[in-house]
Design a protein around this ligand. Sequence first.
Ligand SMILES: [Zn+2]
Length: 145
Amino acid sequence: MAKKEIDRRFNKFGTVSFMGVSKTNDFIDYLEQGKVMGTRCKACGKAFFPPRSDCFHSLTSEMEWFEVTGTGTLLTFSTLRYAPVGFEGDLPYTIAVVDYGDYKVFGRIDKAIASPDEELKVGMSMKVVAGKTANGQDIYFFQKA
Ligand SMILES: [Zn+2]
């Protein structure tokens, strides 16, 4: 029996990766190139973030990649002072949801924003950028646009 090749690219993502094998592992290659990508269904045009390899609407796997570019609107954010196991070293950090119209992006606020509760306002324009965690893992985060 041939040895099954396991695609572990998502192990390079974030502080702790819970992804095993994914059909959307190209996400990590794009992130290393500085691109934050979602997928769009070729049949109905629905956009997905995080990227999905299948469209629940069209029941097809005919998807294409698109880059999350431009600005979105900050919908909500929250600064965490307690974290799940594995994330304690990152505290405090701020998570947010940014609305890009066709889709929403969930992620972290850039640590360069030192006082998120004072500097951020719901409704403001944000952009997403690719970057690295303190220990060199791939990640994306939000900055003020
Ligand atoms: Zn579709």
